[in-house]
Design a protein around this ligand. Structure first.
Ligand code: SAM
Ligand code: DTB
Ligand code: SF4
Length: 326
């Protein structure tokens, strides 16, 4: 007999409990996650979030996975200063016409600057909202006053990831601490912004480290409104370039566990999707993912293409009678 599914919202998960959930037989884990998913969401509602890099490369942080860090000199990447607002809004409009619900803008900054560049980002946020889309930005660390100005401009959510568990974190980033990240998240929540916060798997961390990240995320009350789960995109020239791609079923387990510990959050199947088969992606949706990055590009690397994604959505949609008869 399978154990009954626990639908309660909890903020006191222990790492060990999360490891047990994660490591149970895959079919039990996916069934449990799907039951939680159905209880709290319309499973056919999959959010499409478009992503644009508004300021690319030259970042002073040393995040070992990131092609935009100035520390990784071997990476072939052209630096691009902050884009013009008109260019960003044109991209948002194109994304909306392609069917995106949310427009996310990323800048390779250690922390958001004040002054003209911040004002330009506020304009971009206002413009995206005026197009009728949700707006999300990720600008590095922000303080409470910047968070307040973003709220006033109409920002829906702020993305700032924990990336991994607290014990593994220093293996990946040395230029800012876990506590720095938590302080930014406090400013985000304090201003009343939705919190978009998740991390990456496939960087050499253990299941316990993954569980440690989920434990920290699930200790926020309320839970983060969105949780992006990225699979490492191992970019040539970064310290993690040699890392083997994760087994897609590891991603399924991570997504299912995220769904169970944060039942109401939008769990986003994020970077790394382009190397997954259609079936592996669908298994992630069954396991509780209900958002994807939609568009040809992530920030600097390729995403699954729009045509492939449209085919994916067509494959999971209801069939009309003539199609089933064929
Ligand atoms: N500079 C800002 C910051 O770090 O907060 C915003 C942009 S940063 C690129 C946003 C997130 O993208 C990172 O926290 C990380 O989780 C994810 N990311 C970056 N490079 C990645 C890669 N190669 N593979 C998977 N995820 C990645
Ligand atoms: C997130 O968790 N993943 C996105 C978004 N938030 C900003 C970024 C993924 C970046 C993948 C590597 C790249 O394209 O540079
Ligand atoms: Fe900079 Fe963000 Fe990349 Fe880290 S993840 S190097 S902070 S752009």
């Amino acid at each position: 007999m399978n154990a009954p599914v626990d639908f309660s919202l909890r903020f006191d998960w222990r790492v060990e409990e999360i490891v047990v959930l994660h490591d149970q037989p895959l079919l039990d884990l996916v069934a449990q996650a799907n039951a939680v998913h159905r209880r709290f969401h319309d499973v056919n509602d999959v959010q499409k979030a478009a992503l644009l890099s508004i300021k690319t490369g030259g970042c002073p942080e040393d995040c070992s996975y990131c092609p935009q860090s100035a520390h990784h000199r071997e990476v072939k990447l052209d630096r691009v200063d902050l884009l013009e607002t008109a260019e960003v809004l044109a991209a948002a409009k194109t994304a909306r016409e392609a069917g995106a619900d949310r427009f996310c803008m990323g800048a390779a900054w250690r922390s958001a600057p004040d002054g003209a560049r911040f004002d330009a980002v506020l304009d971009m946020v206002r413009g995206v909202r005026a197009l009728g889309m949700e707006a999300c930005v990720t600008l590095g660390m922000i303080n409470p006053s910047q968070a307040k100005r973003l709220v006033d401009a109409g920002l829906t959510a702020y993305n700032h990831n924990l990336d991994t568990g607290p014990e593994f974190y220093s293996e990946i980033i040395t230029t800012r601490t876990y506590q720095d990240r938590l302080d930014t998240l406090k400013a985000v929540r304090g201003a009343g912004l939705e919190m978009c916060c998740g991390g990456i798997i496939g960087m050499g961390e253990s299941v316990r480290d993954r569980a440690g990240m989920l434990q920290t995320l699930a200790s926020f009350d309320p839970h983060p409104e969105s949780v992006p789960i990225n699979a490492l995109v191992a970019v040539e020239g970064t310290p993690l370039a040699g890392r083997a791609q994760i087994d897609p079923l590891d991603l399924v387990r991570m997504i299912a566990t995220t769904r169970i510990v944060m039942p109401k959050s939008r769990v986003r199947l994020s970077a790394g999707r382009s190397s997954l088969s259609r079936e592996a992606q669908i298994l992630c949706l069954v396991a509780g993912a209900n958002s994807i990055f939609y568009g040809e590009k992530l920030l600097t690397t390729d995403n699954a293409g729009i045509n492939e994604d449209d085919a994916l959505f067509a494959a999971i949609a209801a069939r009309d009678a003539s199609a089933s008869a064929a």
